[in-house]
Structures are given as C-alpha cells and as structure tokens.
Design a protein around this ligand. Sequence first.
Ligand code: SAM
Length: 285
Amino acid sequence: MKNKQNPHAGVLYIVATPIGNLGDITQRALDTFTQVDLIAAEDTRHSGLLLSHYGIKKPFFALHDHNEQQRSAVLVEKLQQGQHIALISDAGTPLISDPGFHLVRECRQVGIQIVPIPGACAAITALCASGIASDRFCFEGFLPAKNKARCDKLRHLENEPRTLIFYESTHRILDTLNDMAEIFGKDRYVVMARELTKTWETIHDDELSQLITWLGEESNRIKGEIVLVVEGKPESTEESFSPQALQLLQALSLELPLKKAAGLVADCFNYKKNALYQYGLDHLK
Ligand code: SAM
C-alpha cells in the first residue's frame, strides 16, 4: 500500500528482536534489516552487536524514551523523503515498555505506511508458559518505583478479574511481591518467569507468600530479568447476579425443581445456567 499523500515516502518497519536467545530472530526481521536504509534503536552499541552477530551492517539512529518526541520528527522527515526505516528496541517487541509509541503515532498521522514484523515479547512468552488464564489478560508493564505510587496502583488492580502481567527488576522484586501479598492477599497465585529463553530460565509458580519465602532461600533465584504473571481475582458468582434474578430464582424454586428454575432465570437474564444452579444449591436449599 502506497502513501496516498506522498507516494515516494518510505516504510517504517516495527521489528521484534530476541529477548535472550539469538536463535529467536525471525527470517523476516533479518530480511528487513538488510533492505532498510536506517535502523532506529535505543542503544546503538547493543544493537550493533546484535546485527553484527547476523553479519549485517547498517547506519543507526538513536531513539530513547527521553528524546523520542524530538527525534521522531527527524525520522518522520526521513521517511517522507523516501528512506525505509526499521525500529528496534534492546530486546523483544518495540513499544512494549520500550520507545516507539510517539513515532508510530506521528507516522500514522501523516499517512506513512507501518509494517509490523512480529517476534519475541517477554510478557507473552511468560503468559503462555504460566498455566494462568490466557483468554483475558492485562499488561501493566513496570509498576511505579516509589512505594506509595506502587501500592496505589496495586490497590487499583486489586479486584481485576483478568490475569495481570508485570515487568519487574531484580532490585524491586521483593518489595513488589510483599506489596502484592498485602494488597491482593497472601494466597493469590503467581508465576515468576525469570531469564526467559536464556541459560538460567526459571518459571516458578506458587502463592505470593510461598514465592517470597522461596526467593529468600537462595539469592540467585532473584537474579536476571523478570516477568510476573498474577492470577486475576476470582469473580464472585454471587455479586454478578442481579437482585431481580435472585428473587425470581427463589420464587420459581418453590414451585419447580431448582435445575429447571435456574435454567429459566438464566435464559431471562442471560446468565450461565450452571453458575445460577450452583448459587441455588449453596443458598436456597
Ligand atoms: N520490549 C520488551 C518485550 O517485548 O518484552 C520489554 C522491554 S522492558 C524495557 C524490559 C523488561 O522486560 C525486563 O525488565 C523484564 O521485566 C522483561 N524481560 C525482558 N526480557 C526478559 C527475559 N528474557 N526474561 C524475563 N523477562 C524479560
């Protein structure tokens, strides 16, 4: 698809790179690096080593969190002039707790074509090995470093029913887990995925209080890069039924078998039959 406003404009490629194991680069990523004119990267020295590992040499352009807004304008100008550019981050998928959002937004606003080249992302890699519900999840990235702000954020998430995914650093992991245990409850189930795709990859699951104890037993267990996958708060079936539905269930269950009554009410109010039947068994008999 050509840019309608400027058919000579270049393309911005958003290219994921490995999160540890260099074997996780994709063929499309390597082809893209070879084809583009310029690579925008967070740490040009780090990314230079990555590319030289694959035998590719390209000019770099530094794009960090703290200079992204000003530097994006320069990149947009280069794209408008017809240069093809790949955006990468130090590891994983750009924009995911990494720079790139402002650049992509500006490119969209001026009609520059953006092509994503998917690949590794630590959050998704951890989630898919966690055994915690993966049908609905929310990615929270890094929690605030300051204690009060972190606790405020956790309180805000306390009742979130979806699986929660956090990035965390080695030096804050114990504080974060202790805050979570206090706010989410000691028995909230969590998976700590450390050093994914690397030699010391460890994926450990436990209740928050047990995980804190386990980490305290051996300092090596805290080292490296960490993703936390936290089970969402179990949804309370009682809370989710309206008073009208429960009143009807009670009335019908005096005249009909509970299963039949629960089925009728579930159809009327669009609830799950089994959940309503279970409520009836627990509360009406
Ligand atoms: N954009 C990256 C992605 O797609 O996952 C994330 C960049 S963010 C600046 C870095 C954080 O991601 C680390 O502090 C850690 O929480 C997580 N992370 C990155 N690589 C990891 C790995 N191999 N194992 C576990 N966590 C990792």
